[in-house]
Design a protein around this ligand. Structure first.
Ligand code: NCD
Length: 337
């Protein structure tokens, strides 16, 4: 695809070559994300960051990624602080805000809302999550992480075996990740969820129609014993009609060090889009995994910067100018990376 000036709304936009291109550019962003070099390539540019649903990582990493390329960020969070609370349509909001920004990152609770907004926007829009539909930049950073974690274990994406666990019905990250893995024919996928929270049937069908092995299961232990990656997810309680309904499923599948040691192959990678639910009745990924070197969740979150910087550089068409507007960092950076 041609990235320059285009929206990023769904994983369905991408071919495998596009993903390779994003990952190549993401690799080149490492010196900047790791605070060894500083670039001003987007000096003067403005990111409109519009998050109508709670967000920590996605919102802050989109903002930081833009800042690391030298741009500025204008931010709104929640409905209360915007004119949408006064009845303004997405169309009008998009027409107005796209006059104030060079690119917009947006999250909204309604499926299809970001695409509707993008259709009215005068600048490119990146979908930071539209309801339970999609979260394409998360899937890209997930796959970028999977690739680097399994490469370190001498394996490649084409033979990947992955188990996705938890709320596969409402979890937009796993929807986008499944669509992305659909580009890699040898990938084997195990979907572990309560019956009521299964992966949408059309996503499973699309994978099977492209020759992928997809198993659906309600058994955690048996499903994580022959995989390279366990990708855990939180019960998306905000999508349920009542808390009581969410309570039925919270805590159903818990991975902890004991289960990991007993059931997983050595060096199975543990991932989660975060936030993990650390409340007593949830704990889908227990804190006792924190010292396990195969817990990749914070490397995964760090990779969000690289991938989001790459998306901005591609969309605003400055990939080849990043290094020419760069110099070494002068402040103390410690041994963070
Ligand atoms: C996810 C989301 O918002 O979809 N978080 C994220 O963006 N990293 C997952 C979640 O909220 O459970």
């Amino acid at each position: 695809m041609n990235f320059a000036g285009n929206h990023i709304l769904s994983i369905q936009q991408f071919e495998r070559d596009d993903v390779d291109r994003i990952f190549d550019v993401a690799d080149r962003m490492a010196p900047y994300a790791q605070r060894r070099r500083i670039t001003r390539v987007l000096e003067g540019a403005i990111l409109g960051s519009m998050f109508f649903e709670p967000s920590t990582r996605t919102r802050v990493s989109f903002g930081s990624a833009f800042n690391l390329l030298g741009g500025e960020v204008r931010e709104t969070t929640g409905f209360e602080s915007t004119a949408i609370a006064k009845g303004e349509s997405l169309f009008d909001t998009a027409r107005v805000l796209s006059g104030y920004s060079d690119v917009i990152a947006m999250r909204h609770p309604m499926e299809g809302s970001v695409a509707e907004f993008a259709a009215a926007s005068r600048v490119p829009v990146i979908n930071g999550g539209d309801g339970s539909n999609e979260h394409p930049s998360q899937a890209l950073l997930d796959l970028y992480t999977i690739r680097s974690e399994i490469a370190a274990r001498g394996k490649s994406l084409d033979q990947l075996r992955i188990a996705m666990v938890g709320d596969l019905r409402y979890g937009r990250t796993v929807h986008s990740l499944c669509k992305l893995l659909g580009l890699y024919p040898g990938v084997q996928i195990v979907l572990v969820s309560p019956q009521a929270l299964q992966m949408p049937a059309e996503i499973v069908e699309d994978l099977r129609n492209t020759g992928h092995s997809v198993l659906e299961s309600e058994q955690l232990e048996a499903s994580i014993s022959n995989v390279d990656i366990v990708y855990s997810t939180r019960i998306q309680e905000e999508r349920f009609n009542t808390q009581e309904e969410a309570d039925l499923y919270r805590g159903r599948f818990r991975l902890n060090q004991n289960i990991y040691t007993r059931h997983c192959e050595p060096n199975t990678v543990i991932m989660h889009p975060l936030p993990r639910d650390s409340r007593e009745n949830a704990r889908e990924l227990d804190d006792d995994l924190n010292d396990n070197p195969n817990l990749a969740i914070f490397r995964q979150a760090d990779n969000g910067l690289l991938v989001r910087m790459a998306l901005f550089a591609l969309i605003l068409d400055v990939v080849d100018d990043v290094d020419t507007h760069a110099r070494d960092v002068r402040w103390y950076t410690g041994g963070r990376f």
